[in-house]
Design a protein around this ligand. Structure first.
Ligand code: AMP
Length: 113
């Protein structure tokens, strides 16, 4: 199986601005930021998307959300932030390796486009 883009970032085969890493997840700056702070947090073991996740992924997905909150705090987003997981074509998913966007540093509009 070939590596996903984000597995290549985790393997340091593609450079990225890594802001957090542990044995299960990696967080790094989005290459095309949509807000003053835009970080992606991903499970190191690729799950294509949330719709493809199963019971065996429960622990890592819970860990990912808890770490997203920690990373947001570490990045100074005390006034709030948004977590986004795009799923499938209509959801705007472009990289088939589940990732949670952490967006903040400005007032974010609702509803999203
Ligand atoms: P999505 O559209 O939800 O699948 O999000 C994919 C995100 O990955 C987009 O926000 C891209 O800007 C981001 N992205 C693509 N390539 C890279 C890269 N090499 N390093 C960091 N972020 C990337």
């Amino acid at each position: 199986m070939s590596k996903t883009l984000f597995e290549k970032i985790a393997a340091r085969e593609i450079p990225a601005g890594i802001v957090y890493e542990d044995d299960q997840v990696l967080a790094f700056r989005d290459i095309n930021p949509q807000a003053p702070v835009h970080v992606l947090i991903v499970p190191k073991r690729a799950i294509p998307r949330v719709a493809a996740a199963g019971p065996g992924d429960q622990a890592v997905l819970g860990h990912l959300l808890l770490k997203a909150a920690e990373v947001a705090k570490q990045l100074g987003l005390a006034n709030g932030y948004r977590l986004v997981i795009n799923n499938g074509p209509d959801g705007g998913e472009t990289v088939p390796h589940l990732h949670c966007h952490i967006l903040g540093g400005r007032l974010l509009a609702w509803p999203p486009g």
